[in-house]
Design a protein around this ligand. Structure first.
Ligand code: ACM
Ligand code: ZN
Length: 528
């Protein structure tokens, strides 16, 4: 890593801080309970990592983190009875699966957790307590932490269709998510503007569907529309997908693939016109918005195709969930299509909303039989919710509230709070964005559990996530700028108990957290 001048200043500040004026630890997300007795552990190259069986992966990652921050290459071993150790221990005494305790004193560092995931989160906290500093010893302030997450679902979504992001960037984001104790990566893989996942049975999806001939320039509202006439695209091979899934799993992140249906399907229809209502030739879309070219809900061939695709997807992603989209599906073609209209009659459906519900329920049944559950955007409530579906509420919280009342699991992602493609400041002086304005404060003060739900209904709120749509985010650097530091605020919404959240304290910690963002190599938006 190349040290920036500002960064060196931070190091010097660290080194000059006397023991008496030792600042309060600045961990993000804020832990549940923390005590800061006086004293230090002196980390040196003689320190050993001592770990329980089953924690090799965590011990190895810790070794890498320490090497990165201090230059010490520590030995990691399962042999007990050593002094001067960082001890990683599995213990039933920690009573939540993702919780941990972390103790640092003059003699040792000890992290205990019930599971490897909890242990991993203890390591992430330790990392943030450890200065970025080279020397003979590195002082880590004494501390006692007892911590656990508020929500089991703590996510980030990334649209790799409007703009494509290489595997290296995905891994970088997974590292950044892990550092913030986020555990679900929602990978938006298919869209009108590009199909990004290799499907062996349908190779043309990535030979044709992954490439568009041109892209809109400027904002979608500008007239006249202008296009760049540059061929654009990319996709992930199944090998790369497996590599990402494994990389994520090592960081205790489950990858949730999103295969959009019945709408946002123009890239699939551009590949295979028979997937649409009128077998019409269309191009992979070159502008932003909602295309009317959606899958035909009448033809059996549509379902055969999607089941084949989902079968490969299910094999690639070991997590329980597959996201099937379900948002923004215009019904204009269905209203005119003889196949769709015949389906309405044979299934006794009242209208096209019920046809969409039929579509989603049929896909859900297929995936349930494969041992998977579905998530859909809140439009899947329209025309009747599929029996086992989890709802991702994006048009505000209303969909989530309605779903929880129907005893369905919910992930809250209301767009005014959770959409990181919105402006975060300005808009003067900011890069072109889709619109909106979502500040750190808007995110930080969000509570994903609506007060209008009773206690029983509130249990269906699994958590929340930040969504990163990329129409106006063409490069990795730009994505990082939009994501950070707002994702830091989101991590605290996901993890931290409501009573422990406080904006001004968060902003102070965020200042110190720049060190972590620098370590992660993030092009974060400057903040004061
Ligand atoms: C969405 O933003 N269309 C889910
Ligand atoms: Zn049709």
């Amino acid at each position: 890593m190349k040290l920036q001048p500002a960064f060196i200043l931070i190091l010097v500040t660290f080194a000059c801080t006397s023991e008496k004026t030792q600042p309060q630890p600045a961990i993000i997300p804020q832990p549940l309970q923390m005590e800061t007795p006086p004293g230090f552990y002196r980390l040196s190259e003689k320190t050993r990592i001592n770990y329980d069986e089953g924690l090799e992966n965590e011990a190895l990652l810790l070794t890498q983190y320490i090497a990165n921050q201090t230059g010490f290459m520590l030995e990691a071993t399962t042999e007990r009875n050593q002094r001067n150790v960082i001890r990683l221990e599995l213990s039933e005494l920690v009573d939540t699966p993702e919780g941990y305790t972390l103790q640092v004193d003059g003699k040792k560092i000890r992290i205990k957790a019930q599971t490897a995931a909890g242990l991993f989160y203890g390591i992430q906290s330790l990392r943030q307590l450890m200065p970025v500093q080279q020397g003979e010893t590195v002082k880590i302030p004494a501390i006692k932490i007892t911590d656990e997450p508020r929500f089991p679902y703590r996510g980030m979504h990334l649209d790799v269709c409007r703009h494509f992001f290489e595997v290296d960037f995905i891994k970088k984001m997974l590292d950044a998510m892990a550092a913030h104790k986020l555990n679900r990566f929602h990978w938006h893989l298919t869209e009108d503007q590009g199909w990004r996942i290799e499907i062996k049975k349908y190779p043309e999806l990535t030979q044709i569907g992954a490439w568009r001939n041109s892209t809109l320039i400027g904002h979608a509202s500008e007239r006249p529309e202008k296009f760049d006439s540059i061929r654009y695209g990319g996709y992930y091979t199944q090998e790369q997908i497996a590599e990402v899934v494994e990389y994520a799993a090592k960081r205790h992140i489950t990858v949730i693939p999103e295969i959009e249906m019945p709408g946002h399907a123009q890239a699939a229809l551009a590949t295979y016109p028979w997937l649409g209502c009128f077998d019409q030739k269309v191009e992979v879309w070159n502008k932003w918005g909602v295309s009317e070219n959606v899958y035909c809900a009448g033809k059996e061939s549509t379902f055969e195709f999607l089941e084949d695709v989902l079968s490969e997807v299910a094999d690639l992603f070991p997590g329980e969930y597959i996201h099937i989209g379900g948002d923004e599906c215009p019904k204009a073609n269905w209203e005119k299509c003889p196949h769709c209209q015949a389906r309405l009659k044979t299934e006794g459906l009242a209208d096209e909303h019920e046809l969409q519900s039929y579509f989603v329920q049929r896909i859900e049944k297929y995936l349930n039989e494969k041992g998977k559950r579905i998530i859909g955007w809140d439009e899947i409530l329209e025309g009747g919710l599929a029996p086992n579906a989890t709802v991702m509420s994006w048009r505000g919280e209303e969909g989530g509230i309605a779903a929880a009342r129907q005893q369905h699991d919910v992930i809250m992602t209301p767009n005014d709070i959770c959409y990181l493609d919105h402006y975060q400041a300005g808009p003067e002086g900011e890069p072109l964005a889709i619109g909106g304005m979502t500040t750190i404060k808007d995110i930080y003060t969000y509570d994903p559990v609506p007060g209008v739900l009773d206690e029983e209904e509130q249990k269906y709120i699994l958590g929340t996530q930040a969504n990163v749509w990329t129409e106006y985010i063409p490069t990795p650097e730009h994505a990082e700028y939009m994501i950070f530091p707002r994702l830091c605020a989101m991590s605290e919404v996901c993890w931290t108990a409501p009573g422990k959240k406080e904006l001004s304290g968060f902003m102070r910690r965020l200042e110190r957290h720049k060190t972590t963002l620098e370590l992660l190599g993030m092009n974060f938006r400057p903040f004061e």
